[in-house]
Write a protein that binds this ligand. Structure first.
Ligand code: EPU
Length: 436
């Protein structure tokens, strides 16, 4: 087996321009959503990452036609006209968390769906009870089958709009409730919905194709079921619709922290600064300068010469709070602060596996009951560390960029699941990083 690694020579401040790709967590929901359309469509700004490749493999396996139209803009033609299957292969479902969106999309399309319980980053228990609750409230029956009882089977004679009150704020369950109800009979109301930009993006895509979804981005979403999703130019139209996926706010945030930690000066382009507010506010609190260039869809991140970085406490929360997916990267920055910072993790119970790796580099971090204390004034030294999950891998890269000497990162497949050309993008701003 070939094992690929990142090798980084630390100590070079990032300087220059970085362009952010489309959002992973939008693309992996919008692609399955094409199953609900009655016409083909084109989508652009789809990121070139492994989770998207798996999504496309599943779609093609179901019978979809997918063609790359423009590599540079990530533009694809997708048609699900010939899909008759509703079974997601076991291996593919297990490889990625977002495979659960095929459950909602297939249920909405053909009132049947079958997929293994989803895989994804090892972040502790990742239940899907709220997804199943939403499907059942809409009228589906769900059963678990297979020798490990890990295959979810759904079937419904008819899906009928209803009120779905989520017990927890869940991105995936909110998206799945939208997918399953967009063509249901009557009106569905999702209460206590998640508000992440990717929820709004999925709703915008579906509305663009003729759905009637209101309130995405607030905690109450109202979905009036429609019979057909044939585009907003009218039923049966053959117009070539093109939808553009929103920029990835976590990729942008990762580069913002990398710029700050290396005391660099970077313009990060192709972003929606509003989506970055929680990250921007935290960076400013630490002493990093962040300029929002709304007209240019960019942020400018730098640290003034001689500026001391300050400790700052972090609590992860659903959007618009501070994102859990930025917590490991921010922890690396906090190792450089003038004092100790407290991190409280409220979303994933096992999000601190990266701490063991950072300690190997000299970071001083204590694990607490639901968080960590990051002691500042650390001096990181390069060594071999592991990318335990996607965002832990991003944190290791930032640590490698600031460490003295050489850092080698293993298990980089985690990083490549969610970051498009991270080596090329960082190298373009002066980082000494290569994949071997
Ligand atoms: N939860 C339940 N029951 C459910 C669903 C969720 O109890 O049925 C709990 C979870 O255990 C967790 C909380 O609710 O404590 C929030 O989970 P959520 O459902 O929002 O997470 P997710 O949809 O599985 C998405 C992202 C994650 C990101 C979280 C939180 C995708 C494909 N994944 O996961 O992204 O951490 O939202 O923002 O959209 C990543 O990109 O690295 C990543 C892990």
């Amino acid at each position: 087996m070939i094992t690929e690694k990142f090798v980084i020579q630390g100590g070079y401040p990032l300087k220059g321009d970085i362009f952010v790709s489309g959002a992973k967590n939008s693309a992996v929901a919008i692609l399955p959503a094409v199953l609900l359309l009655d016409v083909p469509c084109t989508i652009e700004n789809i990121p070139d990452i492994n989770d998207v490749k798996i999504c496309m493999k599943i779609l093609k396996g179901l019978g979809a036609e997918i063609r790359l139209l423009n590599q540079k803009t990530g533009k694809y033609f997708v048609s699900c006209g010939r899909v008759t299957d509703y079974y997601v292969p076991y291996e593919e479902a297990k490889t990625m968390r977002a495979s659960y969106y095929f459950l909602g999309a297939l249920l909405g399309r053909c009132h049947k769906a079958r997929a293994a319980m989803p895989g994804g980053c090892p972040l502790g228990e990742r239940p899907i009870d709220q997804h199943l609750k939403a499907f059942e409230l809409l009228g589906a029956k769900s059963t678990l089958s297979g020798s490990r009882r890990d295959i979810v089977e759904l079937s419904a004679e008819i899906l009928t709009g209803t009120v779905i009150t989520m017990d927890v704020v869940s991105v995936g369950a909110t998206m799945n409730a939208i997918l399953a109800s967009v063509k249901a009979k009557g009106t569905t109301i999702i209460e206590n919905a998640a508000k992440e930009p990717h929820i709004v993006d999925l709703a915008n895509f579906l509305n663009y194709m003729g759905a009637q979804i209101q309130g995405a981005g607030t905690d109450t979403i109202k979905i009036k079921g429609v019979r057909r999703l044939a585009g907003n130019a009218g039923e049966g139209s053959t117009v070539d619709y093109c939808y553009s996926v929103v920029p990835d706010q976590i990729e942008a945030g990762t580069f913002m922290v990398a710029a700050a930690a290396t005391r660099g000066d970077v313009f990060i382009h192709g972003v929606i600064p509003k989506h970055l507010e929680a990250i921007t506010a935290k960076l400013r609190d630490i002493g990093v300068t962040v300029e929002e260039l709304n007209d240019e869809e960019a942020v400018h991140v730098f640290v003034e010469p001689g500026k001391v970085l300050h400790a700052s406490n972090i609590r992860t929360e659903p959007y618009p709070g501070f994102p859990t997916d930025m917590q490991p990267q921010m922890a690396v920055l906090l190792t450089l602060a003038d004092d100790a910072s407290v991190i409280t993790e409220n979303i994933w119970e096992d999000r601190f596996r990266y701490v063991k790796e950072l300690r190997k580099m000299g970071a001083k971090i204590d694990i607490t009951q639901n968080g960590a204390i990051v002691h500042g004034n650390s001096h990181l030294t390069g060594t071999e560390v592991n990318a335990c999950d996607l965002r832990a891998g991003a944190a290791m890269i930032i640590a490698g960029l600031i460490a003295e000497g050489e850092t080698t990162i293993t298990d980089i497949f985690h990083v490549e699941r969610g970051y498009s050309d991270i080596v090329g993008k960082l190298s373009g701003t002066g980082a000494k990083i290569k994949k071997i």
